[in-house]
Design a protein around this ligand. Structure first.
Ligand SMILES: *[C@@H]1O[C@H](CO)[C@@H](O)[C@H](O)[C@H]1NC(C)=O
Length: 138
């Protein structure tokens, strides 16, 4: 509930930014292409965990909101409000930093059929839904 309210407060600022991410399926495919290290059009748990390593610039095994914004900016430039909203979605235990556990929980949410691999269609379906929800709440 607290997380939902936090998201709500951000909304006026990022309603427009979300629209800039259309078409959402293409944006989601581009996101996957950037993080899919071996190019097999699916996301493994180790590729997901590598994000922590890349975004964690001070190497303390945690990704802060500021570190996350810098990392997202490489992939979705000038989308700070979206980045902040997505950080809150990733921060599954609400401690204002992302660790391996948060990424595991998030991976499981995207992995709709729970076969330990997030396919392109699972990834796109998950993110299109997130973008639509953000837009609808705006
Ligand atoms: C996991 O499921 C997806 C979606 O059905 C499928 O495309 C993929 O090949 C499966 N991967 C593995 C490793 O089982």
């Amino acid at each position: 509930m607290a997380r939902f309210l936090a998201l709500f407060v951000l909304l006026p600022a990022f309603a427009l930014a979300v629209v800039n991410l259309k078409p959402y399926d293409q944006t989601a495919k581009r996101m996957l292409a950037k993080i899919d290290a071996n190019g097999d059009k699916s996301l493994s748990r180790s590729e997901m965990e590598a994000i922590v390593g890349h975004a964690d610039t001070n190497k303390d095994q945690k990704v802060t909101g500021a570190e996350f914004n810098v990392w997202v900016d490489k992939y979705l430039p000038a989308q700070k409000a979206v980045s902040q909203a997505v950080f809150k979605l990733f921060d599954t235990n609400g401690d204002n930093s992302l660790n391996k556990h948060d990424f595991d929980v998030f991976f499981n949410r995207m992995d709709a059929n729970k076969n330990h691999s997030v396919s392109e269609s699972e990834f796109v379906a998950y993110w299109v839904n997130i973008f639509k929800n953000l837009e609808a709440q705006g």
